[in-house]
Design a protein. Structure first.
Length: 107
């Protein structure tokens, strides 16, 4: 199952264009990745920085913020519709009461 573009068979054989497959020998095993991105050749070979790893989290946060905003707008719209319906109902009740009062006064 070795297809072109995988770790076993990279798309290019130029080592400068590949991500490093193993940690360097001067770095102790299990050491933490530095917070800053290095420049130069090692920077170009680094395939995932800390910022890139946080992109999905930032996208999810933005998506949830947008969904909450849409839900709040929907709630406001529903409240407005209900308020208008209740206002029409109150106006009809007021007209009926006024009409009943007029009929009672005329008799």
């Amino acid at each position: 199952m070795n297809t072109a573009g995988t770790i076993d068979r990279p798309l290019t054989n130029d080592p400068k264009k590949q991500a490093p497959m193993k940690p360097s020998t001067n770095e102790p095993t299990g050491s933490a990745i530095e917070d800053f991105t290095t420049t130069g050749v090692t920077g170009s070979r680094q395939n995932r920085t800390r910022e890139m790893q946080l992109i999905p989290e930032a996208l999810a946060r933005a998506h949830m913020h947008e969904r909450l905003h849409e839900a709040e707008q929907e709630r406001r719209a529903v409240r407005l519709v209900v308020a208008r319906r209740m206002q029409r109902r109150a106006e009809r009740a007021s007209r009926r009461a006024r009409r009943a009062l007029a009929v009672a006064v005329m008799q």
